[in-house]
Design a protein around this ligand. Structure first.
Ligand code: ARG
Length: 457
């Protein structure tokens, strides 16, 4: 039996099942590099305020560095008996460098230690996720630039509404992702506050120098209240909420890609590298990647709910419940990173079927609003223009024609104000070109928006 670092007041051994039940080492070992980084900063701070001698501090730092290398080489022996990443590393340190290793935990508790570890870890993960997001946004913006003139139907209620450019549609996705970047940045800024020094809950009687530790670890601020510092997991919830929103966005993109790659739409073709076949239907090419991303959104929502519930009603300060924050957080990060990566890889390989998009935009009277606007410019009130065009559309439905296929006399029957110029504006090209203002779908505007977006990145 391994002796526990806290065994002093105990007379009996921990029940074997309870040992496994309470242990977190199987999953929190993921935090090892941050645990070691935090411990090194803590040791240096203790030396700085003369609680440790420089020689003691150097020995500790050297030992911790060796342990880190061992872990990286896969030579470290993780054991459930040592409960968590903190006690595993500390115990190994003492075995390596002798009694001085036992001084590392002076003025510290696992409570402020874990609160520090998760923050350091999540800070790095957010930076990585931001880079992945930037890569995806860039891929979408490049495609948008190339598709600035490609015409497609824009939808409301999934019914053809008005012609838009495909580039404009892609830039709508970019806007969602840019808001996600902002939320993650906001979360990172708020989490970058040092909990270390709070010790178990009440602070410590040693003359610690928290600004010094904060500086070593790159924290912008220092947690003001020791009780809050050890118990706060708002940042984990904030991150997961931002991740849930991001996944919601990816699920919306996925839904469109799935629809667009169907035989009914044929707007795009996903590369074979991102699809799979059916074991029974030889003709099938399934959009598995977007489908899985859409499906994985559910687990991230679930993690958000489990974290909110985990923190609900917890009394101050640290409670063991908090150990349950890690698996939902880790799975959220893994899921999100996987989805962003596969999306950023898939988007540039996607084939755009612009002829299909064009012919779909020609169906469904998508330029009817343009005809109404034309009448308004000729002095008709918009409501009356709406009525006139509505009747023309009904006539088209009855005669199986599209608006641009009506003869000028047929048009004039609905309004004598309509003249030959109407045909120009009933084209898809004319319709999108007319929406030439900031935020509009005109090809010019799409190109300008791509340029602004590149600056915003
Ligand atoms: N494994 C614990 C966690 O994840 C570390 C802190 C344990 N503290 C304690 N007093 N048992 O929250």
């Amino acid at each position: 039996m391994t002796e526990k670092p806290w065994s002093g007041r105990f007379t009996a051994q921990t029940d074997a099942f309870v040992e496994a039940f309470t242990a977190s080492v199987s999953f929190d070992q993921r935090l090892y590099a941050y645990d070691i980084k935090g411990s090194i900063a803590h040791a240096r701070m203790l030396a700085h305020v003369s609680v440790l001698t420089d020689a003691e501090c150097n020995k500790i730092v050297e030992g911790l560095n060796k342990i880190e290398a061992e872990i990286e080489r896969g030579e470290f022996n993780w054991s459930v008996a040592l409960e968590d990443v903190h006690m595993s590393i500390e115990t190994q340190l003492t075995q390596k460098i002798g009694a001085v290793g036992k001084k590392l935990h002076t003025g510290r508790s696992r409570n402020d230690q874990i609160a520090t570890d998760i923050r350091l870890y999540l800070r790095d993960e957010i930076d990585g996720i931001q880079a992945d997001l930037t890569r995806l946004i860039k891929a979408l913006a490049e495609l948008a630039e190339r598709q600035a003139e490609t015409l497609m139907p824009g939808f409301t209620h999934l019914q053809s509404a008005q012609p838009i450019t495909f580039g404009h549609h892609l830039l709508a996705w970019c806007e969602m992702l840019l808001r996600d970047k902002g939320r993650l940045q906001d979360c990172r800024q708020r989490l970058n506050s040092l909990p270390l020094g709070a010790a178990a809950l009440a602070g410590t009687s040693y003359p610690i120098d928290r600004p010094y530790t904060a500086q070593l670890l790159g924290f912008d601020t220092i947690a003001e209240n020791s009780l809050d510092a050890v118990s706060d997991r708002d940042f984990v919830i904030e991150f997961t909420a931002a991740a849930a929103l991001l996944m919601m966005h990816l699920s919306r993109f996925s839904e469109e890609l799935i629809l667009w790659s169907s035989a009914q739409f044929q707007f795009i073709e996903l590369s074979d590298a991102f699809c799979t076949g059916s074991s029974i239907m030889p003709q099938k090419k399934n959009p598995d990647v977007p489908e899985l991303v859409r499906g994985k959104t559910g687990r991230v929502y679930g993690h958000l709910m489990s974290l909110l519930t985990l923190m609900k009603s917890q009394p101050l300060a640290y409670n063991k419940d908090n150990q349950e924050d890690k698996e939902p957080l880790f799975d959220t990060i893994d899921t999100l990173k996987g989805c962003l990566r596969v999306y950023a890889d898939m988007i540039p390989t996607m084939q755009v079927q612009s002829e299909q998009m064009y012919s779909a935009a020609q169906r469904g009277f998508t330029t009817a609003t343009d005809l109404a606007d034309y009448l308004v410019r000729k002095g008709v009130a918009f409501r009356d223009a709406h009525e006139i065009v509505g009747k023309a559309v009904r006539h088209c439905i009855e005669t199986g024609k599209d608006l641009h296929e009506l003869q000028i006399d047929e048009f004039k029957a609905f309004s004598p104000l309509i003249d030959e110029k109407v045909y120009e504006l009933l084209t898809l090209e004319g319709s999108v070109k007319a929406r030439d203002h900031l935020g509009g779908t005109a090809p010019n505007q799409v190109r300008a928006a791509v340029r602004r977006l590149q600056e915003r990145l």
